[in-house]
Ligand binder design. Sequence first.
Ligand code: IPD
Ligand code: CA
Ligand code: CA
Length: 263
Amino acid sequence: MSLTIERDTLIKKWLKEAENMINESVNNELEIETKSDRSDFVTNMDRNIEEMLVKKIRAEYPNDKIVSEEGFGDDPTNIDMSEDTVWFLDPIDGTMNFVVQDENYCVMLAIYEKNVGIQSYILDVKKEKLYWAIKGKGVYCNDELLPKIKNASLRDGLFASNTKFLSDEIVGLNTEILKETLGIRNIGSAGLEAVEIAKGNTVLYITYGLNAWDIAPGIMMVQESGGTVKRFDEKPLNPLEKSALLMGTHAAVEDALQIIKNK
Ligand code: IPD
Ligand code: CA
Ligand code: CA
């Protein structure tokens, strides 16, 4: 069995455990704390799932590096993206939705080898849909291979932006882009926004300086769906470097880059 298939089998088993942990927790009171500000939630489930997954990754692949949100992973300053095999882990992406809506959140994991995305997993717990991709094999939803996305332009599609949409420094740019599109959609989970592109539901998702665990799974999945991901400054991608990103169809990303350059 190849290393990729071996990891794929294990990851799907581990994600099932994460899903069970979340589903079994519905009867228990969620412990909710805030981190950087009053809307930056973390719960006991975020921590428990990350701890469980990190333990499993370390037991099977002790030489690999882990970048994760809640502190159980490695220090990113000791990671060399050009050499290491790196697991990016977001135990719950969309914690705000998890707490407030009880839907629209996901568990995400991606593996990069020498800065190339090899595997990506985005589990929509509530809808019981696991989106997953292996480099060169396309994107699947559970057992079904999704068709490659069409190369729709900004004019012919919907776009999404992360929650800083209305902040002073970017509202002007987002408005310019919005004018070109058919409209805006916003879920509040970077992972599920990437899934929307991979499904062909939106043509562009803009993120402004998200963390590596927020974007690494989505980047790999969008690329594998037939789309592309570019930095605003068009420098090479490195999930560990925080930067503004455009994820989407090739045409829509180019359209947005033109708007950015003309601004
Ligand atoms: C958040 C979500 C959200 C994005 C935030 C992220 P979290 O992740 O992906 O869509 O706008 O900036 O922090 O904190 O729920 O894992
Ligand atoms: Ca996240
Ligand atoms: Ca998270």
